[in-house]
Design a protein around this ligand. Structure first.
Ligand SMILES: Cc1cc2nc3c(=O)[nH]c(=O)nc-3n(C[C@H](O)[C@H](O)[C@H](O)COP(=O)(O)O)c2cc1C
Length: 407
């Protein structure tokens, strides 16, 4: 069994899987359930001071769609689109004080951690809520600068307006930290072209880390009923979004080295490892737990452990950021040594199959009389033929002479 412990923001987590802020952390009972199922940490549902966001939660709506835009009934596999809308915790923030205290005691007893999560629409409100977290003994609080829903409001200190603006992100973070002595993790939105700049602004303003990132806002249409699902725009996520998020984690890790929590589209342990190898230290998981049940959580953790064992790693730290570390810059990529397609005619099933010819856009592979011919002079080494060949009959070689002989 490998060592899954990680250190993040000065806190030791027994494993890197943290339950993200959502309905999974909206009550003491649910928080305890996450802890019972082995969560390294649990982020509470956003605690706020905006009555409208409490109302919104009482009007939460969910649609689970497949890749054809139709509702999924029953078991959800990894190609889901979770289209949903919910607000912040429906209780008054003061009602959360005893819950937070008890949750922390329970977490400590089980080697887990409670991470706070707050949101307001005024500077004074943000500060007040941060102080409440501090009074409850919360070590780390996530600042929800990304909520997809209150985007209609005409104020810059609310929802994902904040994390679209580096200056507002910095100002709010600075003021919160000046007023409340607490570690903060700034939760970012993908609804911006300059996510890395916002992450840097948060970090420079004193945030201990950033959470990269929350969900996009989408619009899903039920064509059979000729109307939008769940009445209109909503947050949208699912495993399909993973690579878009990893792009930012890769950029922030390599450019600024800011400690990150990764989130968006994690379905299983392999996804979590992708995030970790890209540069996120802890991984937040939400949708899959809401759709597969909390029993899914220990599976994710066990899959990470299994992967490490199978690949001979003693601990998780051994693979932190390794994919980003090996990633090449664009100039390096463009200067890469040429390679050429090499056909293994014993494995090739021509004339039954000639898919590689269809996929060669460089006039290198051609149908011949009794075999597929390759012309290394035209081959640009793009790997596409190798990828599409169902019979493993193509590989790339840097040896042009060999490629010419075998053509
Ligand atoms: C139903 C639902 C409720 C959510 N509620 C909150 C919330 O109260 N506060 C918050 O910061 N993020 C909230 N989120 C965002 C999640 O914490 C998480 O960042 C996002 O869903 C991406 O992770 P996932 O792909 O594992 O779902 C919510 C997401 C969903 C689907």
């Amino acid at each position: 069994m490998a060592d899954l412990q990680v250190e993040f923001c000065g806190i030791k987590f027994k494993n890197p899987i943290v339950v993200a802020s959502a309905e999974t952390g909206n009550s003491l009972e649910n928080i305890k359930e996450c802890i019972d199922h082995g969560a390294g940490g649990v982020i509470i549902k956003t605690v706020g001071d905006m009555p409208v966001m409490q109302t919104l939660t009482n009007n939460s709506k969910y649609a689970i769609l497949n890749d054809r835009g139709q509702p999924i009934k029953g078991k959800v596999n990894r190609s889901f689109f979770f289209y949903s809308r919910s607000g912040y915790a429906k209780e008054h923030y003061e009602d959360w004080i005893p819950i937070l205290k008890e949750a922390q005691t329970y977490a400590k007893q089980h080697g887990s951690h409670i991470i706070g999560n707050i949101a307001s629409d005024t500077m004074a409100g943000w500060i007040k809520l941060a102080k409440v977290m501090k009074e409850c003994g919360i070590e780390l609080v996530e600042l929800n600068y990304q909520c997809p829903h209150p985007t209609d409001y005409d104020t810059p200190t609310v929802g994902n307006w904040i994390a679209q603006d580096p200056a507002m992100t910095a100002e709010l973070t600075r003021q919160i930290l000046a007023a409340a002595d607490i570690k903060v993790m700034v939760k970012l939105t993908p609804e911006t072209h300059n996510l890395s700049a916002v992450a840097k602004a948060a970090y420079d303003a004193g945030a201990s880390s950033v959470a990269v990132n929350s969900r996009f806002v989408g619009f899903a249409v039920n064509i059979d009923e000729a109307e939008p699902y769940i009445g209109g725009p909503a947050g949208i996520g699912g495993p399909w979004v993973k690579y878009l998020t990893l792009r930012w984690i890769h950029e922030i890790y390599s450019t600024y080295g800011i400690p990150m929590s990764g989130s968006n589209g994690i379905y299983d342990g392999r996804d979590a490892i992708e995030y970790f190898m890209t540069g996120a230290k802890i991984m937040q998981v939400c949708s899959v737990l809401m759709l597969r049940g909390i029993e899914w959580l220990p599976r994710i953790i066990a899959q990470i452990d299994q992967f490490l064992d199978e690949h001979g790693y003693d601990d998780l730290e051994a693979i932190y950021g390794v994919a980003t570390d090996k990633s090449m810059s664009l100039p390096q990529l463009f200067e890469a040594e040429p390679v050429y397609a090499l056909i293994d005619h014993d494995k090739c099933k021509f004339p039954k199959c000639a898919i590689c010819v269809k996929m060669c856009f460089y006039d290198s592979l051609k149908v011949g009389t009794d075999k597929i011919n390759s012309n290394p002079e035209n081959c640009i080494g793009c790997d596409l033929c190798q990828n599409v060949c169902p019979f493993d009959a193509l590989r790339m070689t840097p040896d042009k002479e060999l490629a010419l002989r075998m053509s």
